[in-house]
Design a binder for this molecule. Structure first.
Ligand code: SF4
Length: 271
C-alpha cells in the first residue's frame, strides 16, 4: 500500500493496534524481500518505533478512562476533581475519589467510593451498595440538592423510597424574585385534562410535540413542547421571554411532579 496513506485506505477511523500490527508485519516481510528499499525501510521503522507504540498507549488510556474524561498517571483509578477544600485557592483540579456516606442516627451504615466527581450520578450505585450490605433499601432517603435529578427521583420512586431530597431551585423558588418571575413555568397553571398551560397574561399554551433526551446512563427525559397562540401586544412580553414571536415552553412534566412531591415532603412538619 505504499504511496497511500491511511485516509486513502478508508480505515483511519477504525484502525486499531491489532490491525496496524498486521499491516506492519506485512510490510516487514516485504522488506525482507527487498532489503534495499529505503522508503519502505523508513516506513517500517516509523511504524515499529513510533506509531504502533503510540496507538497502544492511546488504547490503554481509553481503557483506563472508561466513561471518565481524565485519570492520574500515578494512580489511574483516581480522577481529576475540583475540591471544595482548596488550600492554594487556585481552583486547580486534584486527583481524587468521591466518597459517599449513608448514615442513620449519626451511624455510618454504608459508604461507597466513586470515580465520578459529581454527586448526582453516585446516588443509584450508592443505594445499590446499601442494598447489598443491608439486605434491603431504606424506606426514606435524605439528601441535598446535588442529588435531586429527575433520574434519581424516578429511581427512588421505583424502589418505593421516600425522597426527602431537595432540587436545584428549592431555595430560590421561595424568593420574591422567583415568585414574581412571569417567565417561569413554575408560576403558571397547568390544566391536566386539557394538557395546556395558562400564562400570567391568561393566554393558553397548547401541546405541540414531545421530544426525548437520553442521558449517558440511558435514562430518558421526556420533554413536552407547548406554544402560545399569540403573544402579540402582551404587556408582560418583555418580562416573559427574550425570544421573538410566540412563547414556546419545553418542560418535563415528570420533573415537575417529582419536584412538587419533594417540596411537599420537605415543607411538612416531618420534612
Ligand atoms: S408573552 Fe405570551 S406567554 Fe408570556 S405572558 Fe405574554 S402572552 Fe403569556
Amino acid at each position: 500500500h505504499r504511496g497511500q496513506d491511511l485516509n486513502e485506505l478508508g480505515e483511519s477511523a477504525e484502525i486499531d493496534s491489532a490491525k496496524l500490527e498486521q499491516m506492519t508485519q506485512a510490510l516487514e516481510s516485504q522488506l525482507l524481500e527487498k532489503p534495499k528499499d529505503k522508503p519502505l525501510k523508513k516506513a517500517v521503522r516509523k511504524l515499529r518505533k513510533d506509531l504502533l507504540p503510540r496507538l497502544l498507549n492511546y488504547e490503554q488510556y481509553q481503557n483506563l478512562l472508561g466513561d471518565r474524561n481524565s485519570f492520574i498517571k500515578t494512580d489511574p483509578d483516581a480522577t481529576f476533581m475540583r475540591m471544595k477544600e482548596d488550600h492554594m485557592r487556585n481552583g486547580q483540579l486534584k486527583p481524587g475519589y468521591n466518597v459517599q456516606i449513608g448514615t442513620e442516627n449519626q451511624f455510618i451504615l454504608v459508604y461507597s467510593l466513586h470515580q465520578r466527581p459529581t454527586d448526582t450520578r453516585c446516588l443509584q450505585p450508592h443505594m445499590e451498595k446499601a442494598r447489598q450490605i443491608l439486605g434491603r433499601l431504606p424506606r426514606a432517603v435524605i439528601a441535598d440538592a446535588g442529588y435531586g435529578s429527575e433520574e434519581n427521583y424516578a429511581y427512588l420512586e421505583k424502589e418505593e423510597i421516600q425522597a426527602v431530597v431537595k432540587y436545584g431551585s428549592y431555595h430560590k423558588e421561595k424568593s420574591k424574585a422567583w415568585k414574581e418571575n412571569v417567565g417561569k413555568i413554575e408560576n403558571w397553571t397547568y390544566n391536566k385534562a386539557e394538557d395546556t398551560w395558562t400564562c400570567p397574561a391568561g393566554q393558553t399554551l397548547h401541546f405541540r410535540k414531545e421530544s426525548k433526551e437520553t442521558l449517558g446512563s440511558g435514562y430518558e427525559i421526556r420533554k413536552r413542547h407547548y406554544r402560545s397562540q399569540s403573544c402579540e401586544g402582551c404587556p408582560l412580553k418583555e418580562q416573559c421571554t427574550k425570544a421573538e414571536g410566540n412563547r414556546e415552553v419545553v418542560v418535563s412534566l415528570e420533573r415537575l411532579r417529582y419536584q412538587s412531591q419533594a417540596r411537599e415532603i420537605l415543607r411538612s412538619e416531618e420534612g
